[in-house]
Design a protein around this ligand. Structure first.
Ligand SMILES: Cc1cc2nc3c(=O)[nH]c(=O)nc-3n(C[C@H](O)[C@H](O)[C@H](O)COP(=O)(O)OP(=O)(O)OC[C@H]3O[C@@H](n4cnc5c(N)ncnc54)[C@H](O)[C@@H]3O)c2cc1C
Length: 524
């Protein structure tokens, strides 16, 4: 397919059209994206939206290779990506058979028979200069048994099977929660493909077999297809998934392996029929050799078992998954392999890796599509010209590396803070050494009930609180300031918050009714 700025010459080399060749320019004129999974089409859509017709964008994908086809749960910032592209929410949810997500329920993680909820949004409401959760800790340590969940609007709505978007009025208790989506990632990519092609992105079908680099600096000049076609560009975006076709096979960038901290390296996924109302949250259940996800969509439920091959073999994982499905299986189980970690450089020479080609930290907190989103937005913010200033790549790599590490540590927290010792896998997790920075954060919370929050932390304080407390890390004492503020009517304020929340939740529609009214898919 040829877009309106390019023509395919007889020698199959993608060339700028006549009016573009007359003047030499340092601006990027041609971008090639290799890969058409979520990463590739999210990148194509965002680049087409921001660059307009100033640049030729070509996406190459191979239907024969296909996409990973999983990736159905997200976190709240995805809303901003869609908004930036001008995609309205009801259309998006309808087109992707989506549902709404208020958080994740973690079952059997800290110990068997125990569950906790990681909600989107805050706990309680601020009524003093001392944060709400500090007061909650004070009361909790003094014997008040009210779980912190009862101060979360997201938890209350999720457990009642209710949903409506938060209020914009910050004085309203309904403004204290946030939400994301569950959706069919394949349909999302298909939707973004339509969006990108309508804005001039050219799609080439076929398998890339090779890439040519310039002798003088090792920059990628072109990619070659199985049928001999050659496509040149100034900037290459590697969205080829775990293959890492350009970033690794061509540029040999290297991979930092994090298996010793995040040992799961396999998954088996299967979809089943919908048998009950669509709950507005993801379920994550810890199992003997890893954990299992349950993601409800409008027309079906996505399930998968993420495990470590050292402790569980594929056949047993599949059996365990299939026997726990709560509806008739729709698809045959699909087995996937991965190594948790990240590429040593995300931007190397004139190639930027986005998506699974950049790294993967397993889907425990649904962060992969988020990392794609921010990879794209960061690239747009640091968009280079043909001189490819190494400073831009350096900044991109530093920011992305820090973001990966912050997310990594949050994920490790779920595993390290377990008291399970009923399988070799959990014994390994409970005893593995962890990054120093995470150890420091845990020490602060355990000792003083304080959250050490790094600047730009994706998971803000309430998320850390949810997982610390949920994983049974209870502070020895509440922060000292709570003991100085004796005049603050804490118990009254807390009771008022609980009562405002139950009133608000009672008035919300059910999740099913909300979908039915606003964004029901044709398949439901
Ligand atoms: C078990 C599991 C569960 C997950 N769950 C979640 C989740 O709940 N939430 C979340 O945010 N993320 C999740 N993810 C991650 C998510 O699936 C990916 O981040 C997302 O789908 C992006 O994948 P991708 O586009 O990078 O790669 P892929 O989907 O693998 O796409 C790669 C593309 O490259 C093309 N390609 C490869 N080689 C060539 C070649 N030689 N020539 C031409 N084309 C080529 C392929 O055809 C394909 O189009 C999960 C991942 C796994 C493994």
């Amino acid at each position: 397919m040829v877009n309106n700025q390019c023509e395919l010459r007889a020698d199959w080399t993608l060339q700028p059209s006549e009016e573009n060749v007359s003047e030499a320019t340092t601006e990027i004129e041609r971008v090639i994206i290799v890969g058409g999974g979520s990463a590739g089409w999210m990148a194509a859509a965002a680049l087409a939206n921001d660059l307009g017709s100033s640049c030729d964008i070509t996406l190459i994908e191979s239907e024969a290779i296909g996409t990973i086809g999983v990736g159905e749960a997200t976190i709240p910032p995805i809303k901003f990506f869609n908004q930036r592209l001008g995609i309205d929410e009801p259309t998006f949810v309808r087109e992707t058979n989506g549902s709404f997500k208020l958080g994740i329920e973690f079952i059997d993680w800290s110990r068997k028979g125990h569950a906790y909820f990681h909600p989107f949004g805050q706990y309680g409401a601020e009524f003093d200069s001392v944060p709400f959760y500090h007061y909650w800790m004070r009361e909790h340590l003094a014997g008040d048994a009210t779980p912190i969940d009862e101060y979360s609007m997201a938890w209350a709505a999720a457990k009642a099977g209710k949903f409506s978007p938060p209020s914009q009025d910050r004085r309203n208790i309904q403004s204290t929660f946030d939400y994301a989506y569950h959706f069919d990632a394949t349909l999302y990519a298909a939707y973004l493909r339509k969006y990108a092609e309508a804005r001039g992105v050219a799609r080439i079908e076929g398998r890339v077999t090779n890439a040519q680099c310039a002798a003088e600096n090792g920059f990628i000049k072109s990619v070659e297809m199985e049928d001999g076609r050659v496509f040149e560009a100034d900037l290459f975006i590697d969205c080829s998934g775990f293959f890492g076709l350009l970033i690794e096979k061509t540029l040999e960038t290297g991979y930092e392996d994090w298996s010793h901290w995040l040992p799961c390296n396999r998954a088996v996924a299967a979809t089943c029929e919908k048998t009950s109302d669509i709950v507005p949250y993801t379920k994550s259940t810890a199992k003997s050799g890893g954990w299992q996800w349950r993601i409800p969509l409008q027309h079906r439920t996505g399930n998968g078992y993420v495990y470590c091959s050292e402790y569980l073999d594929a056949e047993d994982a599949e059996k365990e998954l299939v026997s726990s499905l709560d509806g008739a299986a729709i698809s045959d189980p699909r087995h996937l392999r991965f190594v948790t970690g990240r590429r040593k450089k995300f931007w190397n020479k004139n190639c930027v890796a986005i998506g699974l080609s950049a790294g993967f930290m397993e889907p425990l907190e649904s962060t992969s599509l988020h990392l794609i989103q921010y990879g794209i937005l960061r690239l747009l913010a640091l968009f280079p010209d043909k001189t490819m200033s190494p400073l831009l790549a350096e900044e991109y790599n530093a920011l992305t590396e820090a973001e990966y590490e912050r997310i990594r540590d949050f994920l490790i927290l779920h595993y390290t803070a377990t008291t399970r010792d009923d399988s070799e896998f959990w014994r390994y997790c409970a005893n593995m050494p962890i990054p120093e920075r995470l150890e420091y954060k845990i020490d602060h919370f355990r000792t003083h009930g304080r959250i050490v929050s790094d600047e730009r932390e994706l998971f803000s304080n309430p998320s850390w609180i949810a997982v610390y407390l949920g994983q049974d890390i209870v502070p020895a004492q509440a922060p000292a300031m709570t003991r100085h503020r004796k005049a603050v009517p804490v118990a009254d304020r807390m009771a008022a918050i609980r009562s405002a929340m139950s009133e608000a939740v009672a008035a919300m529609p059910t999740h099913e009714a909300f979908i039915e009214r606003h964004c029901k898919s044709a398949l439901q």
